[in-house]
Design a protein around this ligand. Structure first.
Ligand code: NAD
Length: 303
C-alpha cells in the first residue's frame, strides 16, 4: 500500500478512537463509524485532547471524520479495523455488514482481545483478506500490534498490514496460528491466574503480589523478554527451576472461584470502588496518571 490510504474504523470507543488517531497522525484519511451518536459526537474532541496532551499537532484530528452509517465509513476503504464490543456474534454481524459495503480487496481486521479471528470471520465470503490486529491501550502509546493470520489469510494481506503499521510507527509482529488470546494476552493472563491463585491460597495479599511484580521482574520486562531472560540466566538453570516450581503452579481450567466470587459480590474493581483492593477516586486518578506518564516517557525516549 503506497502513500495515503483510506482507513475505516468501526467502533469509535476507547480503542477505536486511538487507532484512528495513529493513522491520522501518519497522514491517512480515517473514517470512523460507531452505533452510538454520543460517541461520534466526542470523537474529534477526544483525539484533539490526546494529541495536545502528547505535545503533538492537534490538527491531525481534521483527517478523521465521523459517520453514523457503517456503509458511509467503509465504502471505498483500503483497510477496515473493527473495534466494537468483545462479543463474537456482534463482531460476526459487523463483518457481514462491512463485507457488503467495503471494496472486495479491502483488508479487514478485528481488534478482538482474545476471540479467535477464524470464528469472527467465519461467515465472510472472502476470508483471504481478513486477519486480526490486536492493539494495546492506549493505541497511540503502546507500540505493539499483533497481526494474526488465519488458515485462510493471504500472505499479501499480512505483508500489506505489517507495512502499513510499521509506516505509522507501530511495532507489528506476526502471529502464525490463530490461538485464543494470541501471544500477548496468553502470557498476560497466565500471570494473572497465578497472581489470583497466590491471593486465594493465602500466600500473600493483592498489594504484595503487585509490589513483587513491579519492584522485581516487572522493572526489566520492557527491556528483557522472558526468553531473553532464560538465555541470560541459562537454559540449564531455567530447567532446574521448572523441575521444582512448575508442578506447583495453578493450572485451574477456567476462571478461579476467587475471581468469580469478587464479581458475584459486585466487587468489579475501580468502577465499583473495590476489586482485589479498595480504590478511592483519588487513588484511581493517581494510578491512571502514573501509567500514562510512564508510557509517555518511554515514548519520548523512543523505547
Ligand atoms: N480496552 C482495551 O484495553 C483493549 C485492548 C485491546 C483490544 N481491545 C478490544 O477492542 C475492542 C473494543 O474495545 P474498547 O475498549 O474500545 O471498547 P469500547 O466499549 O470503548 O468501544 C466499543 C465501541 O463499539 C461501539 N459499538 C457497539 N455496537 C456497535 C456496532 N454494532 N457497530 C459499531 N459500533 C458499535 C460502542 O458504541 C463503543 O463506542 C474489543 O474487542 C476489546 O476486547 C480492548
Amino acid at each position: 500500500m503506497n502513500g495515503r490510504a483510506l482507513i475505516a474504523v468501526v467502533g469509535g470507543g476507547l480503542m477505536g478512537h486511538g487507532i484512528a488517531q495513529v493513522f491520522a497522525r501518519a497522514g491517512h484519511a480515517v473514517r470512523v463509524h460507531d452505533a452510538l451518536p454520543a460517541t461520534l459526537a466526542t470523537l474529534d474532541e477526544r483525539i484533539r485532547r490526546n494529541l495536545t496532551d502528547l505535545g503533538q499537532d492537534p490538527s491531525a484530528a481534521a483527517r478523521v471524520s465521523a459517520h453514523a452509517r457503517l456503509t458511509d465509513a467503509v465504502t471505498g476503504a483500503d483497510v477496515v479495523f473493527e473495534a466494537g464490543p468483545e462479543n463474537l456474534a456482534l463482531k460476526q454481524d459487523i463483518f457481514m455488514a462491512i463485507e457488503a459495503a467495503a471494496p472486495p480487496q479491502a483488508i479487514l481486521a478485528s481488534n478482538t482481545s482474545v476471540i479467535p479471528i477464524t470464528q469472527i470471520m467465519a461467515r465472510l465470503a472472502r476470508g483471504e483478506r481478513a486477519l486480526g490486529t490486536h492493539w494495546w491501550n492506549p493505541p497511540y502509546l503502546v507500540p505493539l500490534v499483533e497481526v494474526i493470520r488465519t488458515a485462510s489469510t493471504a500472505d499479501a494481506a499480512v505483508r500489506t498490514m505489517t507495512e502499513l503499521l510499521s509506516a505509522a510507527g507501530k511495532t507489528p509482529v506476526t502471529v502464525e496460528k490463530d490461538v485464543p488470546g494470541f501471544v500477548g494476552n496468553r502470557l498476560q493472563h497466565a500471570l494473572w491466574r497465578e497472581a489470583i491463585a497466590l491471593v486465594a491460597n493465602g500466600v500473600c495479599d493483592a498489594k504484595t503480589v503487585d509490589t513483587v511484580v513491579k519492584a522485581s521482574f516487572g522493572r526489566r520486562l520492557a527491556v528483557l523478554g522472558p526468553l531473553e531472560n532464560a538465555d541470560l540466566v541459562g537454559t540449564d538453570l531455567t530447567l532446574a527451576i521448572h523441575e521444582t516450581v512448575l508442578r506447583d503452579l495453578d493450572r485451574t481450567a477456567g476462571p478461579l472461584p476467587y475471581l468469580r466470587q469478587l464479581v458475584a459480590d459486585g466487587k468489579l474493581g475501580m468502577k465499583s470502588g473495590e476489586g482485589f483492593q479498595r480504590w478511592t477516586p483519588e487513588q484511581q486518578a493517581a494510578l491512571r496518571a502514573r501509567v500514562l506518564g510512564y508510557l509517555k516517557a518511554l515514548d519520548e525516549q523512543g523505547i
